[in-house]
Design a protein around this ligand. Structure first.
Ligand code: FAD
Length: 393
């Protein structure tokens, strides 16, 4: 038996569910399917279980894409305020954690329940544990063969996400469909991902595993000022995840630890107050103990502050605030929060995410070559692009 609907959405993640709601509100009959057992699995695990569902500062500058202008239209037409209004309509309590990042007070599951409730209200049909085997386009309609039968639709919206976290069912399926219909792809790579170090650097930094410190991490002209975490594999923490989306193999990144502090001035002050203390003791007042020890060992300046010249103090400060590291690689899709690259935006209409060359075909969310920074920006793109397609599909 062939089932018919106006809009068939592949992928019941953030973008797909948002699209289903908007299309349903317009009176379109909607089927949304997913091969997973539950919808919105990435929403469920996001933000440490509390879902960083948007960022109040979200704007085009917070996204990476071969065409930085592409995201403007959708982001302007569905803003963080719009999503907050939806969250408040469902009486979900939220708070700003830092840097404009909004989280649920209780659980990310509240967001999933909210989206499912809105889908139900417009009678969008959700099919779970449903795999797609073929997609055909014939006589202006799409015929999708699934494990649950054939579905025929006027519009087909591809919302199957990127390649990150394959353990959770990420497939890269959207890229396959894009290629089938002749759309170009921008090479994909893991983004928002911890960086790894070569064995020599790892050995040198291994005593620091577990140490977290405020840092400014830069790559060329791009810099992020957030926490840095030393790990057993290399470097992580928000600042590293952010810069990982800009970093390429062979590139050097610069680390300025405790960027908000004038280390030379603090060391001079400590020398004046108590010159008999060691540099390590003085630095341990400013930095985590293990980091202070590492900095002193690297500098070779192990004496008392009283015996150190201004030049020596400047050298110590440099060991804190002027690191250059060439990461060996990244942890890859296994731990990456997002996938950079994807469906090339030159083939899509920025107003509604429609494929320019195939009437009725849409790509939304993470599978498109639009990738946000860490901090709620990726969900905002999922909501905005889902809404944009739902408005037209
Ligand atoms: P997804 O949410 O990945 O949804 C795609 C759906 O398609 C999935 O349900 C999947 O099962 C389904 N699917 C895939 N292939 C097929 C197939 N072949 N057939 C049928 N169904 C298929 N972003 C933020 O903004 N804030 C955060 O707090 C945040 N935290 C994150 C934490 C983690 C650990 C991870 C991995 C990501 C996080 N992100 C966060 C990023 C965010 O989750 C994604 O950008 C967002 O989920 C993308 O939405 P999407 O709908 O495009 O794709």
């Amino acid at each position: 038996m062939t089932e018919k609907c106006d809009v068939l959405i592949l992928g019941a993640g953030a973008a797909g569910m948002m699209c289903a709601i908007r299309a349903g509100q317009r009176g379109r009959s909607v089927i949304i399917l997913d091969h997973a057992r539950a919808p919105g699995e990435k929403i469920r695990i996001s933000g440490g279980g509390r879902c960083n569902f948007t960022n109040i500062h979200a704007g085009p500058k917070n996204y990476l894409s071969a065409n930085p202008h592409f995201a403007k239209s959708a982001l302007a037409r569905y803003t963080p305020r719009d999503f907050i209004a939806l969250v408040e309509k469902h009486r979900i309590a939220w708070h700003e954690k830092t840097l404009g990042q909004l989280f649920c007070d209780d659980s990310a599951k509240d967001i999933i329940r909210m989206l499912l409730g809105e889908m139900q209200a417009v009678n969008a049909k959700l099919r779970l544990e449903t795999a797609v085997s073929t997609v055909a386009h014939d006589g202006g309609r799409f015929r999708v063969t699934t494990s649950g039968g054939v579905i025929e639709a006027q519009s087909l919206v591809v919302a199957t996400g990127g390649k990150s976290i394959p353990k959770m069912g990420a497939t890269g399926f959207a890229y396959q469909i894009a290629e089938q219909f002749g759309l170009k792809l921008i090479e994909t790579r893991p983004g928002l991902v911890p960086l790894t170090l070569d064995p020599a650097a790892l050995e040198r930094l291994s005593p620091l595993a577990g140490v977290a410190v405020p840092a400014e991490i830069s790559h060329g002209k791009t810099a992020f000022n957030e926490a840095l975490l030393f790990t057993h594999r290399g470097l992580s923490g928000p600042s590293i995840l952010q810069i990982s989306s800009y970093w390429r193999e062979g590139d050097v990144i610069r680390l300025k630890l405790e960027p908000g502090r004038d280390i030379v001035a603090l060391l001079k002050e400590a020398k004046q107050k108590n010159g008999r203390q060691s540099a390590q003791t003085a630095l341990a007042e400013i930095l985590p103990k293990r980091l202070a020890q590492h900095v002193v060992e690297q500098s070779g300046l192990t004496g008392n502050l009283a015996d150190m010249s201004d030049k020596a103090l400047a050298k110590l400060a440099g060991e804190v605030q002027d690191w250059q590291i060439k990461p060996a690689g990244s942890e890859g899709y296994r731990t990456a929060e997002v996938t950079l690259g994807g469906v090339d935006t030159t083939g899509l209409d920025s107003r509604n995410m429609a494929a320019k060359s195939v009437a009725g075909l849409y790509f939304i969310g993470e599978c498109v070559d639009v990738t946000g920074w860490l901090g709620g920006y990726n969900f905002q793109w999922a909501w905005a692009s889902g809404q944009a397609a739902g408005e037209f599909a």
